[in-house]
Design a binder for this molecule. Structure first.
Ligand code: MN
Length: 747
C-alpha cells in the first residue's frame, strides 16, 4: 500500500508543467499571498500539478485545456471568499474525483483528510442539483446544509457555478438557457441567503444576459451613456465632504457604482418606471479604512448632514441594530441644493467586507426554530465576535469550528419528478410513500432509491431520490410499524392493524355462531362477555379475535358454554371463581406443563414431552428459532416464535400462561417456512427460483405465489425445511439468483 502511495506522490511531484501552466500557477500563488493569511505553496503546487495531470486529456467547451476551470474556481476562492489555502486546494481538485480516475484515498494521502472531506462532500452534492425543480431554494439551502458538513463545500459549489456562468457563451444556446434558469432560480437566491451579495449580483447579471439579451444590452448601453454624467455628479456631490473628511484625518474610500444591471431591470419592472428614474436614485458608499470604528461612522454622518439636508424618514441605523444577516451600516438620504435625492451609506471596511463577501453575514434563519441548538448559538457568537472585534483570522477559525449540522433533525429527499420533500431524520421509504399519499403508502411493494432497488424499510438520507413502486392492491404490513417514524405512516398502519383485528374478530364470531347453531346453544352477548372474562379475556371481542386467529379453539368455548348452561346460568366471574377456581382446565394443564419441564424448558418434539402442543400458524416457528410456549385455555401448548407479534400480545396480557420451551436436539419432522423474494421481473425468473430450491437444495416446495407489477416481481414461496439453518441456506441461495434484490423470511 505505502509503496503505491509514495509512487503517486513522486509521480505528481515530478510532473513537468509547461510554460503556460507555470505562469498560471505563479499567478494563482501570487493571488493567494495577496488575499490569504498564510499559503502553503507546496500543497497548492501539488494540487495544481494533480489538477493538470488528471485533466490532461480534457478540454472545455471553449476549446481551452480543462485545468484552467479548476484554477479559475480556486482563484475565486482566494479572491472573493478569501478563506484559506485548503479551500484553494479543494477548488483545484473539485472535479477530479467525479470526472477523472483520481480516488478519494489518493486525495487524502496527498492533501490530508480535510481536503478529502471537502471533495467528498462536493461529489455527493453534485448529483443533487441535476434536473431538479429548483424553485424551492429555501428547502434546497437546508438540504445543502444538511449534506455538506463543511461550509467550504458550499462556497466551492458557488465558485464553480460562478465560473461556469462567466464562460457560458461557449455552450449551445439551449444549454445556456437551462443553466441560466437554474442559476437564477436556485443559486442566486441561495447566494443571497448565505449573505454572498456580490456573488449573487454577478450571477444575476450573467443569467439576465442569457435569458433576456436585448434588455441586457439596452441597459448596458444606457449605463455606458450615463457613466460620465454620473461620475461628474458624484465628484461634485462628494467634493465638500471629501475635503472636510480629509481635514479631520479620515482615511476612506468612496464607491458610487450603480446598482447591478439586473436589479435596475427588476426595479423598472416592479415600479413600472423608465430607466432614468430608477437610475437617478444614487447611492454613494463611504467606507472607512481600518482602524476606524463605528463611532467614526457617526462623525462622518454629522459631516454629511452639515452639508446636505437629511430626510429624517429615510434614516437607518444598522450599526446599533444590525440586520438579521449581520449587515451593519448607516443609511441616510439627503437632498442636494438642486433638489436631487442621494442615499449615503457609511460603514467601516470590516462592515463592508461582511456585507459583501464576509463568510457569515450570512445566513440567519428567519424560521427561528433552531434557537435552542448549540450549533446556532456558536454561530451567533461567532458573528457577534466578528462584528465587535474584527480579527483577520476569524473566518478561518470559523470554518474549522462550525460544522453545518443545523438540520440534523430533518432530511430532504426528492420525488422522481425532482420535487423536494422534508422528512424527519430516520425516515424510511415507507414514511416517504405515506408522505406522498396514504394510498401510495398502502400499496407500496418496493422502492428504488437513486435508481437502485432497496427494501421498503430502508432509511433515507438527504439528497436521495425515491421512487415507490405500488401494486394494485393493499400491501400494508403491520410489521412496518417498526420501520416508520412519521405520524402519518404510524396512524395509518395502526388503523390498518385495528381494522384487521376487527375482521379477524368477526371471523371468530362467525365461527362461534356456526358452532353454537349446530349445537343449538343460545347465548346472549352479555353472557358471552361473562364467559370471555372467565377465560381471562378483556371482552368478547378479544376472545373472538383469538378464535379468528386460531389461537383459541372454538370447540373449547362451546364445551364450556354447554357445561355452564347445563348448570342453569352463567355467573359473574368473581362468584364463580371463588367456587371452582381449582377445577379450571387451565390450571390443570399449567401444572402438567410445569411438572414435565421440571422447572426447565419444555422440550418440543423431544421424548420427554408428553404435553399436547402445536405450532402457531401466525409465525410458523421452525427448529432453531427462539420460541415460547403458550398454554391455551383448551389445553394444548401453542409454540410461537418469541418475536411473533401475537406472542408479544400474549406476554403482555397473560404472562402467567407463558411456558419456557426449547427445541429437542434431533427432530426429523419437516416444517413450513415462508420466504418473500422481490426483484426486477424477467423471463424465466420463477423457473430459476424453483430450480434453486428443488435441484441445488433438495427442498420440497409447497407453494409459490407471484405477482408482477411495473417490472417488479414479488413472490411468496412456502417450502418444507428441517430447521433454521436450512431456511437460512435457502435465503442465501435465492439472494444469488439473477435480478433478485431482496429475499427475506416471510411472516
Ligand atoms: Mn467544476
Amino acid at each position: 500500500m505505502a509503496k503505491v502511495d509514495t509512487y503517486i506522490r513522486e509521480q505528481i511531484d515530478q510532473f513537468e508543467l509547461d510554460v503556460k501552466q507555470k505562469n498560471t500557477l505563479g499567478g494563482l500563488l501570487r493571488l493567494c499571498h495577496e488575499h490569504l493569511d498564510k499559503t502553503d505553496d507546496e500543497l497548492i503546487t501539488r494540487a495544481f500539478k494533480l489538477c493538470c495531470k488528471s485533466h490532461e486529456n480534457d478540454v472545455r467547451a471553449s476549446g481551452e485545456p480543462y485545468y484552467l476551470h479548476p484554477v479559475e474556481v480556486a482563484k475565486i476562492m482566494a479572491e472573493e471568499f478569501n478563506i484559506d489555502d485548503v479551500s484553494v486546494v479543494a477548488a483545484l481538485l473539485h472535479d477530479t474525483v467525479e470526472d477523472t480516475s483520481v480516488t478519494l484515498d489518493t486525495i487524502e494521502e496527498l492533501f490530508g483528510s480535510t481536503v478529502k472531506h471537502i471533495i467528498d462532500g462536493l461529489t455527493k452534492i453534485m448529483g443533487v442539483f441535476e434536473n431538479r425543480d429548483t424553485k424551492q431554494a429555501e428547502t434546497f439551502m437546508k438540504l445543502l446544509l444538511s449534506m455538506a458538513e463543511d461550509i467550504r463545500v458550499v462556497l466551492i459549489k458557488f465558485a464553480d457555478r460562478l465560473h461556469n456562468m462567466r464562460t457560458i457563451s461557449h455552450l449551445p444556446k439551449q444549454k445556456q438557457l437551462n443553466k441560466a434558469t437554474e442559476t437564477m432560480e436556485l443559486y442566486a437566491p441561495l447566494a443571497h441567503r448565505f449573505g454572498l451579495f456580490k456573488i449573487k449580483n454577478e450571477l444575476e447579471d450573467l443569467c439576465f444576459k442569457v435569458i433576456d439579451p436585448n434588455s441586457y444590452k439596452f441597459l448596458v448601453r444606457k449605463l455606458r451613456e450615463k457613466r460620465e454624467a454620473r461620475e461628474v455628479f458624484i465628484e461634485e456631490f462628494m467634493k465638500p465632504i471629501k475635503d472636510e473628511l480629509k481635514e479631520q484625518n479620515f482615511t476612506f474610500e468612496i464607491k458610487g457604482r450603480s446598482k447591478h444591471i439586473y436589479s435596475i431591470y427588476r426595479k423598472m419592472q416592479m415600479q413600472q418606471k423608465p430607466f432614468e428614474e430608477i437610475y437617478d436614485l444614487f447611492a454613494i458608499r463611504i467606507i472607512l479604512e481600518d482602524p476606524h470604528t463605528k463611532e467614526d461612522c457617526w462623525r462622518v454622518y454629522s459631516v454629511i448632514t452639515d452639508w446636505y439636508t437629511p430626510i429624517p424618514k429615510r434614516f437607518r441605523d444598522f450599526i446599533s441594530v444590525p440586520k438579521a444577516n449581520g449587515y451593519q451600516s448607516l443609511h441616510t438620504t439627503v437632498i442636494t441644493k438642486k433638489g436631487r435625492k442621494v442615499e449615503v451609506q457609511i460603514r467601516t471596511r470590516k462592515m463592508d467586507y461582511i456585507a459583501e463577501q464576509g463568510l457569515a453575514a450570512h445566513w440567519k434563519y428567519k424560521e427561528g426554530n433552531n434557537s435552542g441548538s448549540s450549533e446556532l448559538d456558536k454561530f451567533v457568537h461567532w458573528v457577534r465576535d466578528v462584528l465587535e472585534a474584527p480579527r483577520p483570522d476569524a473566518a478561518t477559525e470559523f470554518v474549522k469550528d462550525f460544522q453545518l449540522n443545523l438540520y440534523q433533525d430533518e432530511i430532504y429527499v426528492f420525488t422522481p419528478h425532482g420535487e423536494l420533500k422534508t422528512l424527519p431524520n430516520g425516515a424510511s421509504c415507507i414514511d416517504f410513500a405515506f408522505e406522498i399519499h396514504s394510498e401510495i403508502g398502502e400499496r407500496s411493494v418496493s422502492a428504488k432509491v437513486n435508481g437502485k432497488m432497496v427494501p421498503l424499510r430502508q432509511k433515507l438520507k438527504s439528497g436521495d431520490q425515491v421512487e415507490i413502486i405500488t401494486g394494485n392492491k393493499i400491501n400494508l404490513n403491520p410489521d412496518w410499524m417498526n420501520d416508520v417514524v412519521t405520524h402519518k405512516a404510524k396512524a395509518r398502519i395502526r388503523q390498518f392493524i385495528k381494522q384487521k383485528e376487527r375482521r379477524i374478530a368477526n371471523e371468530g364470531r362467525e365461527l362461534w355462531e356456526k358452532r353454537a347453531a349446530r349445537g343449538k346453544v343460545e347465548i346472549s352477548d352479555q353472557e358471552l362477555t361473562k364467559i370471555a372474562k372467565k377465560f381471562k379475556f378483556n371482552d368478547a371481542q378479544e376472545m373472538f379475535y383469538e378464535i379468528g386467529s386460531g389461537a383459541f379453539d372454538v370447540s373449547g368455548l362451546y364445551k364450556r358454554v354447554k357445561e355452564l348452561k347445563s348448570k342453569g346460568r352463567i355467573e359473574d366471574e368473581q362468584e364463580e371463581s371463588q367456587k371452582q377456581s381449582e377445577e379450571t382446565i387451565t390450571d390443570e394443564y399449567y401444572t402438567t406443563a410445569r411438572s414435565v419441564g421440571d422447572g426447565k424448558a419444555l422440550l418440543v418434539d423431544g421424548e420427554l414431552s408428553n404435553v399436547k402442543y402445536s405450532y402457531a400458524n401466525c409465525c410458523n416457528p421452525i427448529p432453531g428459532d427462539n420460541v415460547i410456549g403458550f398454554l391455551s385455555r383448551n389445553g394444548d401448548v401453542k409454540i410461537h416464535r418469541s418475536n411473533c407479534k401475537n406472542a408479544h400480545h400474549l406476554i403482555r396480557t397473560d404472562s402467567e400462561r407463558i411456558i419456557d420451551v426449547s427445541w429437542a436436539k434431533n427432530i426429523d419432522t419437516q416444517f413450513l417456512g415462508a420466504i418473500k423474494v422481490v426483484g426486477e421481473d424477467r423471463v424465466g425468473l420463477v423457473n430459476d427460483l424453483t430450480e434453486v430450491l428443488s435441484k441445488s437444495l433438495q427442498t420440497n416446495m409447497k407453494s409459490i405465489n407471484v405477482s408482477s407489477e411495473g417490472g417488479m416481481f414479488e413472490g411468496i414461496i412456502t417450502a418444507y425445511v428441517n430447521d433454521l439453518k436450512h431456511l437460512e441456506k435457502i435465503l442465501r441461495k435465492l439472494q444469488k439468483v439473477n435480478s433478485i434484490k431482496t429475499v427475506m423470511r416471510y411472516e
